[in-house]
Design a protein around this ligand. Structure first.
Ligand SMILES: [Zn+2]
Length: 294
């Protein structure tokens, strides 16, 4: 284990300190810590972040930056939390567009007409775990508490994608489905795309049962030993980070265009919401991605 100490915040990383890096935005005199990928930030083409539990107003098990309206938190508190995310990202409250995450591999193209959906107005769609767009200013918004966020940037066609990939999404190759939607909508070629695999549960924290392991053995037959560690008695430890990396590489994403997290939500449950670490008593973290207006 290695630590990165960003003044008040100390995350536990697996292995050497890598990505994502934390950054503190000063807004309204308060600190608002968030995580980001230098590889994406350095392009100057996008705003993005992955939030932590810090910097919000929610109480109790939602303390403090809960971004879920559907887990029992006070609606006004969650709205204030989103207002703070907007401020830290340098965007407006009405620009967020939400997924409707149900562990599918459905990807939806969204545009200006979808601004605010999920936050300021009804979505009008359901069962959407990934979003793609080429509309500048629109903030693609996905939510987490151990599952894997996948960020996509096609600098050539100025298009982005953001997907939620839990074990079901990973077994269903959500990364490939998102790239395919970007190819169809924006003529994206995977070899141009920058991808980041975001903070989520590590292999050491993620025990799965035999039936789940069987799905991965079937889908990733050539790589089963890289992603599954057999513990005996029908239990396994699953490496979702490596599995998603394999999906993206097999689609043609270049290794040098790929940033893979080593930050585990469950190992850092005081700073990040983790479903496993809290037996489900938790709020949601958010991953956000938006094309800059140029
Ligand atoms: Zn862990």
């Amino acid at each position: 284990m290695a630590n990165i100490d960003d003044s008040a915040i100390t995350f536990q990383f697996s292995g050497d300190v890598q990505m994502p890096h934390s950054r503190k935005a000063e807004s309204e005199g308060r600190e608002f810590p968030y995580l980001y990928y230098p590889m994406l930030a350095e392009t100057g083409l996008v705003k993005h972040c992955f939030t932590t539990r810090l910097g919000g107003v929610s109480k109790g098990m939602f303390e403090s930056l809960n971004l879920s309206f559907s887990r029992g938190d006070d609606r006004k508190a969650v709205e204030e939390n989103f207002r703070r995310v907007a401020l830290a990202l340098g965007t407006e409250y009405g620009n967020f567009v939400f997924t409707d995450q149900t562990h599918t591999t459905n990807v939806r193209r969204v545009g200006r007409e979808d601004a605010g959906k999920g936050l300021t107005r009804e979505r009008g769609y359901s069962d959407v775990d990934g979003l793609v767009t080429n509309e500048p200013g629109l903030v693609l918004s996905t939510f987490y508490a151990d599952c894997v966020p996948l960020y996509f940037l096609d600098p050539k066609h100025r298009a982005i994608g953001l997907s939620h990939s839990g074990w079901r999404g990973t077994a269903g190759r959500m990364g490939a489905k998102t790239l395919s939607a970007m190819r169809q909508e924006f003529h994206t070629s995977p070899e141009d795309v920058l991808c980041a695999i975001g903070p989520s549960i590590c292999q050491g924290c993620y025990e799965i049962s035999e039936d789940v392991a069987q799905e991965f053995k079937k889908e990733f037959s050539a790589h089963a030993s890289e992603i599954l560690l057999e513990k005996g008695n029908g239990s396994y430890q699953l490496d979702l980070w490596r599995a998603n990396e394999i999906v993206l590489l097999e689609e043609g994403v270049k290794q040098e265009h790929l940033a893979v997290t080593n930050l585990c939500t469950c190992c850092n449950a005081k700073l990040l919401f983790s479903h496993r670490a809290t037996q489900g008593k938790r709020g949601n973290l958010g991953a956000f991605l938006s094309l800059e207006r140029v």
